[in-house]
Design a protein around this ligand. Sequence first.
Ligand code: SAH
Length: 423
Amino acid sequence: MNVYDGQRLAALMESRGMTATTDPADADVILLNTCAVRAKATDKVYSALGRIRRVKKPDALMGIVGCVARESGADAFRRVRDLNFVLGPQSYHKLIDILDNPDAKLLNIDMGGLEKFDALPPMTRSPLVAYIPIQEGCNHCCTYCIVPYTRGRELSRDPIDIINDVTHAAQTGAVEICFLGQNVNGYKFADPKSGQTYRLSDLIQETAKIDVIKRIRFTSSYPTEMTDDLIDMFRTEPKLLPFLNMPIQSGSPDVLTRMNRPNDVNQYIDIVNKLRDARPNIQISSDFIVGFPGETDDDFEQTMMIARKIGYINSYCFKYSPRPHTVAATMSGQIPEQIKAVRLARLDGLLNEIQREFNDACRDQVMECLYEGPDKTGMHLVYRTPFMQQTIVARPTDGPIAHLARIRITDANKASLRGEIVE
Ligand code: SAH
């Protein structure tokens, strides 16, 4: 979601004739696109602003956009005196106002709903992977999560607008479509005229009809919104990648209950089994939170067990971070940092081990991969497998770079694969 917001902001500034720079000392406008999900992310924003304000040009505009802007509001101006603008995740199209009127201070953290999608100028070219938001906000009140506060209640976009965006992306360079939403598989749009209800499965089917689009995926999914029509897409739609992000967060029913998440772990396993029945090679990824208030050693062991049982790939675990406006922040039984750190290290170790096993099992397979960009040295090219692993290949000595390439996996480590392009 933040990558998408960043791309839209960059396109908006480009539409005003600006070009990107990586050097803050050189910039006329400095904008931090921010995440407020964990306290550490918020703290980083303010330390970065402290660093940047010392090197920036005196008259450069500097501001924050996104969830930290929404969380901090006017307080951001008190914390950083020379801040020029503070724009929330639903109002960042108002950046135009400060570009037009650079002497003013601009605070806008309104919840404009879907307004920004109409207000933003269209992107002139699409990256190979086009992120297409299909909803805004979230209605699942997970007790740890600040997102319903920062991004608001869940709103699904009109499928006509979504398919227009998909078509535009396809016409301007996209090969892969990634549908985005905090609760993406809960997408539901009831057309007031026809009375028909559109679901994510309808968007996938419509998108798959576009020839130049070769890969489709979506993130992130809420377990109990995984309806049969969507599961069926993995059976019937080959363009849908065999990879699904469906966070479980914890393996303990007690912790899940306190998180206000679906707490029937067997039901989650049933959903995974149905998905595997529909697409035998599907891989699942999850996010995990360790050290949620009241989490016992036994609760944590249940998380280790489910991680092993499902065999998650490409997963993340986080130490629980109390956030303002959330129920869990005021719960009793907050867990000491030290215990959180030990649990994080153990779960991280297990997730790395599972990833390593999966990566090893990919050796000698040939997979169709999508080009992502050169590596840091510029000597190699980075591609993504259908399971979202990074795969590094030698840069061809001549000829254009293939956007989609068949790659034989020759080597694997925990973080990435190596391969060679098969002619
Ligand atoms: N609906 C989005 C939520 C984005 S937050 C999604 O499912 O991806 C991404 C992840 O951050 C969540 O899945 C959760 O594991 C983690 N997270 C959210 N709030 C947190 C908190 N207060 N402390 C630690 N991790 C948190």
